[in-house]
Ligand binder design. Structure first.
Ligand code: RIB
Length: 313
C-alpha cells in the first residue's frame, strides 16, 4: 500500500469508452438530431467507482475485462498510472465496452451500452483473485458485468464478514438476492422502486423492513440528486443526510462517485452517516464537470467541503 493509501477495496465491474454528445433536446424514436460535438471519456460504472474510491485514497483492486484493442490497452495503462491494481483486469479478444451517451441542455441523458469485453467476466476470474479480495475492507459491484462474478465475490466476502456494497445499476431483476447478504444497497429513486417493487418513501415501514429482509439487504441508501439521501435499515431505523447544493453541468457518473467514495470511507472505518455525507459531496462535485471520471474530487477536496458544511450548520 502506498503512503497515501488507506483501506483496500475490491471493485467488480465494467469499463467503457464513453462517446459523449450534447444536444439541445434528446431525440424521439425515429428522429435524428445533431450534437454540438463528440468527446471521448473513460467510463463504465465499475471503473468510475474504482476511480472515485482511489481518489479517496483507497487501495483499489479492479476485477473486470477489456478488449485486446488499443482502447483496452490504453484504459489498462491509465488505471495502472492512477494507482489502481489491474492484476485482475483481464484482456479478452472482444472489443472494449462502449457507452453512447447523449445529454440535453436540461441535463437529462440517454445511455446505450455495447458491453463487449465486460460480458466476459466470470466467477473464475473472481476465484483467481480470491486472496486479494479476502484482504479487502469492502467489496463493491454494479450490474454492468455478468451477475455470476458479483455473486461469487459477494459470497466470498460474506463468509469473511467483509462489507458488500451493491449499486444495482442498470437494474436486473434476475439478480439472486437470496444468495448474498448485501450490507449496503445504493440506489437512486427509480432503481429503489424497481428493486423493491414499490417506492420506499411511500410504503409502510413494516412492509419495507420485510422486503429488505427478503432481499437480505442490511442498509438501503437512496440517493436523490440534489435532495437529501435517505437511509433505511433492515432493523427499521431511517434517517436522511443532506447533500451539497450545486448547479450541475453534467450528472453522468455522479452516482458512481457516490458509490466509490462511500465504499472507500466505509472500508476506512467511517461511521455510516459520515460516509454518506462524504459520498454526497463527491457525487455533487462530480456534476460540475464533463465526463464521469475527470471531475471526481479527491479526499482533500471532499474534506474541505465537509468542514465548510459543518461550519455553516
Ligand atoms: O454511470 C455512468 C456510466 O454508465 C458511464 O460512464 C457509462 O459508461 C455507463 O456505464
Amino acid at each position: 500500500m502506498s503512503d497515501t493509501s488507506r483501506a483496500s477495496i475490491s471493485v467488480i465491474g465494467s469499463l467503457n469508452i464513453d462517446y459523449f454528445t450534447k444536444v439541445s433536446a434528446l431525440p424521439s424514436p425515429g428522429e435524428t438530431v445533431s450534437s454540438t460535438g463528440l468527446e471521448l471519456f473513460r467510463g463504465g460504472k465499475g471503473a468510475n467507482q474504482a476511480n472515485a474510491a482511489r481518489r479517496q485514497g483507497a487501495e483499489v483492486h479492479f476485477f473486470g475485462c477489456v478488449g485486446q484493442d488499443e482502447e483496452g490497452k490504453a484504459y489498462r495503462d491509465a488505471l495502472d498510472a492512477d494507482g489502481i491494481d489491474v492484476s485482475f483486469l483481464k484482456q479478452v479478444s472482444t472489443k472494449t465496452g462502449a457507452a453512447f451517451i447523449t445529454v440535453d441542455t436540461a441535463g437529462e441523458n440517454m445511455i446505450v451500452i455495447a458491453p463487449g469485453a465486460n460480458d466476459k467476466l466470470g466467477s473464475d476470474d473472481i476465484k483467481a483473485g480470491r486472496s486479494v479480495l479476502l484482504e479487502s475492507g469492502a467489496v463493491l459491484g454494479q450490474f454492468e458485468t455478468p451477475l455470476e462474478a458479483l455473486v461469487e465475490a459477494a459470497i466470498l466476502a460474506n463468509k469473511e464478514n467483509i462489507p458488500v456494497v451493491i449499486n444495482p445499476s442498470p437494474v436486473r431483476l434476475e439478480f439472486p438476492w437470496h444468495m448474498v447478504k448485501t450490507d449496503y444497497l445504493i440506489v437512486n429513486e427509480g432503481e429503489a422502486s424497481e428493486v423493491l417493487g414499490f417506492a420506499p418513501m411511500s410504503e409502510e415501514p413494516g412492509i419495507l423492513r420485510q422486503r429488505l429482509h427478503e432481499l437480505r439487504v442490511e442498509h438501503l441508501i437512496v440517493t436523490r440528486g440534489g435532495d437529501e439521501t435517505l437511509v433505511f435499515t433492515r432493523t427499521g431505523d431511517s434517517f436522511s443526510v443532506e447533500t451539497l447544493p450545486v448547479l450541475p453541468v453534467d450528472t453522468v457518473g455522479a452516482g458512481d462517485a457516490f458509490a466509490g467514495c462511500f465504499t472507500a470511507r466505509i472500508a476506512d472505518g467511517a461511521p455510516l452517516e459520515e460516509a454518506i455525507r462524504a459520498a454526497n459531496c463527491a457525487g455533487a462535485l462530480t456534476t460540475l464537470g464533463a465526463g464521469a471520471q475527470n471531475p471526481v474530487p479527491d479526499r482533500q477536496k471532499v474534506d474541505q467541503h465537509l468542514e465548510h458544511l459543518a461550519a455553516k450548520s
